[in-house]
Design a protein around this ligand. Structure first.
Ligand SMILES: Cc1cc2nc3c(=O)[nH]c(=O)nc-3n(C[C@H](O)[C@H](O)[C@H](O)COP(=O)(O)OP(=O)(O)OC[C@H]3O[C@@H](n4cnc5c(N)ncnc54)[C@H](O)[C@@H]3O)c2cc1C
Length: 349
């Protein structure tokens, strides 16, 4: 059982900033995310795109914003359960919660902050009859650890940035990489398309287009795939099949937790973004209230106010006096201390 003060569901920008604000109040956080990496939409959908409306940053790449948020929260030693979806919640008699993921990992906390954005990103799966049988037996929709593919035969399908980038990366890791796409044209960064072309000419990537993977074979694990190209069936040996057709967000299991839902978002009050269940807050893109704006800076604000109420739940009767970080400094849970240089009292001759 993982124990923490604030259990955050969703490691997007809102969830990541919560770690920092909670840390200032000496509250510890643990984050669950269905994706294998933190950053939410910023790292999954547009890591290389510039954002222009983060206060204090005239321009910042979404991927760099994620890295900065991780760096800012690092001193408060957040825990992460990545690649797992928060599935069920149970309220205990003392008012605390146990949240269990789809892989059975249990988390216990007095406060739950849902920062689930548009919902958990679910992979778009190709319509291949027995694909679910081969999941975790050779079929993967995310690449968590590229080393899994070392010296293996890998078939990737898809025509976007993920399919291109992973084909390029795995060309140096796997024994064989085959990239299958329905069209001859790819929709991705120009340098990635050119790199795949170059690796194809070097014989490091087999490019099969226009074509489609239509069947999977193997007994206890994946051993091969059927590719249809120009109406012809090709039986191709494969240890892994990685369809990268993008992700679609779904509110998913959170929608069944007894929370008030309006238009696929969780209704909250505007005092501290608490839901209809005391102790469960919803912040960032996942919530709704009159005048709601789905912007990163609004998620940061909501996280800050929510932490103040979380403090009161976790420390009943204790008063918290707001201090400026410039004045009080920041004490990390890792023993580090950041503080502004102290003023000196010294005569000037
Ligand atoms: C192309 C694009 C450009 C954008 N540009 C801007 C911009 O310029 N400025 C701006 O302010 N905003 C912009 N946005 C919007 C911005 O990205 C969102 O407002 C922001 O990401 C919301 O952050 P969040 O942390 O609330 O949610 P998200 O970033 O959506 O993160 C939520 C996380 O929760 C996880 N999750 C959900 N449910 C579960 C569950 N049950 N279990 C485990 N994990 C779960 C998801 O996997 C996800 O990682 C843009 C969005 C897009 C798509």
């Amino acid at each position: 059982m993982i124990k923490t003060d604030i259990l955050i569901i969703g490691a997007g920008p809102t969830g990541l900033f919560t770690v920092f604000e909670a840390g200032l109040l000496k509250l510890k956080c643990h984050l669950i995310d269905a994706l294998p990496q933190p950053g939410g939409q910023c790292s999954e959908i547009y890591p290389k795109k510039p954002i222009y409306d983060i206060p204090g940053f005239p321009e910042i790449l979404a991927g760099d914003l994620t890295n900065n948020l991780l760096e800012q929260g690092k001193q408060f030693e957040p825990g992460f359960t990545l690649g797992e979806r928060a599935e069920t919640i149970e309220k205990l008699e003392d008012g605390s919660f146990i949240v269990t993921t789809n892989k059975g990992t249990k988390h216990h906390a007095p406060v739950v902050a849902i920062a689930g954005g548009l919902g958990s990103f679910e992979p778009r799966k190709p319509l291949i009859e027995n694909i679910s049988y081969y999941e975790d037996k050779g079929v993967e929709y995310f690449i968590k650890d590229p080393e899994v593919y070392r010296n293996k035969k890998v078939v990737i399908s898809g025509g976007g940035d993920s399919a291109l980038d992973w084909s390029i990366f795995l060309a140096d890791v796997a024994e064989e990489v085959t990239l299958v796409h329905r069209r001859n044209e790819f929709r991705g960064a120009l340098d990635s398309v050119e790199k795949v072309q170059e690796l194809k000419l070097l014989g490091k990537i087999n490019l099969v287009t226009p074509a489609e993977v239509t069947a999977l074979h193997g007994n206890s694990k994946l051993e091969g795939v059927t590719i249809i190209k120009d109406g012809e069936k090709i039986l191709h040996e494969a240890d892994h099949f990685i369809p990268l057709f993008g992700l679609s967000p779904k509110l998913g299991p959170i929608g069944e937790w007894g929370l008030e839902i309006e238009k696929n978002a969780i209704k909250v009050d505007t005092l501290d973004y608490q839901t209809n269940i005391p102790g469960i807050f919803a912040i960032g893109d996942v919530n709704t209230y009159e005048g709601k704006l789905k912007l990163i800076l609004c998620g940061f604000h909501e996280a800050t106010l929510m932490c103040q109420s979380a403090y009161k739940i976790i420390n009943p009767g204790k008063k918290y006096v707001l201090k400026y970080t410039t004045v009080s400094g920041v004490d990390g849970f890792d023993g580090t201390r950041k503080e502004a240089p102290k003023a000196v009292v010294q005569a000037i001759n």
